[in-house]
Design a protein around this ligand. Structure first.
Ligand SMILES: [Zn+2]
Length: 455
């Protein structure tokens, strides 16, 4: 009898220890996803996109082999090929609209985005994951341009801008279609980017109007070159652009941000910080360089319409750009070769950026929802910091990571794991910023929720 109770006590202690341990830092399913990303596939897609001659948004749409019409039908057919592996969970469609005349659209023109939507596993009734309408987007633009933005007939290969991003999106769709996630993932090829972000602006406005819960937008634009025009070579990191706050964060949000000193903790900046942390964990020997700016100096991309609607959205761009191979007619002048051709690209580099995207997108797609109602207690002046939050509902929840950093640190410096829904840290809230993420038993961590004061 006594032996039996000792045995039960031991079993209880083992189980308790197992469940109070922090979950593993990486998830083997995500490692598998990354391993499947192929630079050869990315190269083949870029070469196919270039074969359409031009993908200018106002180019021919009737030919089967040339122009943007043939290009979008081919992208759609590729998505449909991957969708066959998804057991009915991936839906492929065109999103069409009429763009009114503007500086870069001389006459109203039909613009067509190509979208593949992968539904979460919770639509398959055998899994006990709570229902979720979280949407994650990975995007690029498939349109291209020559030197003159209105030239819709000249050769405009757009291998790197943005065949590279489009190939990355297709490669992720191919790999992800075989897996089951806990969030909806949309793989989007926008048109009209070079005519003024037309496709993404339409998409983001429609999403806002329909109340979609878009948790993150990963935009990839110009992600396949390592040779700068200044002679330097850089293949060890990617730049990740994020703006701290959306222009719609005004009024109370603006005042609270200033009151709390949270000017570096808006949702797009928080997403960038998450991508750096998770991406570098899964893809060793490759870096994510945070750039505290909405985009390159005075330039823009398809993440901006989302950021401006209040969604967390960031842009990946190669470390070093080469302006001889962007927005240039294909030609040789004074011994210099111009034009955006595949021969100037590095597909291993593009694949590394695809792996960063894949790791962080999969991590978010497997993760629980971010903790809600996260508060800093402010009953009186204290030397410590007490945080509390609501319990998550997921059945596979392991607990929460409490993250904190000094006010001048770009990334989180300290992590504590807890299964509770409150914690007191022996540090002063005057000197640190805090964030809390929910973590499941496989180690997938949500985005961070920044605590607000409880008064
Ligand atoms: Zn571009």
């Amino acid at each position: 009898m006594r032996h039996r109770s000792i045995l039960w006590l031991m079993v209880f202690l083992i189980i308790k220890t197992l469940y109070t341990q922090p979950p593993p830092p990486t998830n083997p399913h995500i490692e598998n996803v990354i391993t499947e990303i192929s630079s050869a596939n990315i190269k083949a897609t870029v070469e196919k996109l270039v074969s359409f001659g031009t993908r200018h948004s106002l180019s021919d749409t009737s030919s089967e082999t040339k122009g943007i019409g043939a290009a979008r039908r081919w992208i759609k057919s590729e998505f449909e090929r991957y969708a066959k592996k998804s057991i009915g969970r991936m839906k492929v469609e065109f999103q069409e609209f009429l763009a009114p005349g503007s500086a870069r659209v001389p006459y109203p023109a039909k613009i067509v985005n190509v979208i593949a939507t992968l539904q979460p596993s919770n639509l398959i009734p055998t899994k006990s994951v709570p229902s979720s309408n979280r949407i994650l987007i990975v995007s690029a633009h498939y349109d291209s341009r020559a030197s003159n933005p209105l030239d819709s007939v000249s050769q405009a290969p757009g291998a790197n801008d943005d065949g590279s991003g489009t190939a990355l999106v297709l490669e992720l769709a191919r790999v992800f279609s075989k897996y089951e996630f806990d969030a909806t993932i949309m793989f989007v090829a926008f048109a009209g980017e070079e005519q003024g972000l037309l496709g993404s602006r339409h998409f983001a406005a429609a999403a806002k109007e329909q109340g979609w819960h878009i948790e993150a937008v990963f935009n990839n634009d110009i992600v396949g070159n390592i040779h700068s025009g200044d002679g330097t070579i850089e293949s060890t990191y990617v730049r990740l652009f994020s703006e701290a706050y959306s222009p719609i964060d005004t009024g109370t949000t603006f005042r609270l941000r200033n009151l709390l000193g949270l000017e570096n903790d808006g949702s797009s900046r928080g997403l960038a910080r998450y991508i750096k942390e998770i991406g570098e964990r899964y893809v060793p020997n490759f870096g994510v360089k945070l750039i505290y700016r909405r985009d390159r100096f005075l330039r823009g991309g398809d993440h901006l319409p989302f950021h401006e609607q209040g969604f967390a959205a960031v842009r990946f761009t190669e470390a070093k750009e080469n302006f001889d191979h962007q927005h240039q007619d294909v030609r040789t002048k004074s011994g210099i070769s111009y034009g955006d051709l595949p021969e100037y690209m590095n597909f291993e580099y593009c694949a590394a950026i695809a792996r960063i995207n894949a790791a962080t997108l999969a991590s978010l797609a497997f993760a629980p929802v971010p903790p809600s109602n996260v508060r800093i207690m402010t009953r009186s002046l204290e030397y410590t910091t007490t945080l509390q939050w609501n319990k998550n509902a997921e059945s596979d929840l392991a607990g929460y990571n409490i993250l904190y950093r000094e006010t001048t640190s770009p990334t989180w410096q300290h992590t504590l794991f807890t299964q509770d829904t409150a914690i007191t840290l022996q540090v002063s809230k005057d000197d640190y910023f805090f964030g809390i993420q929910a973590v499941d038993r496989a180690g997938n961590a949500s985005l961070y929720t920044i605590p607000l004061p409880l008064r």
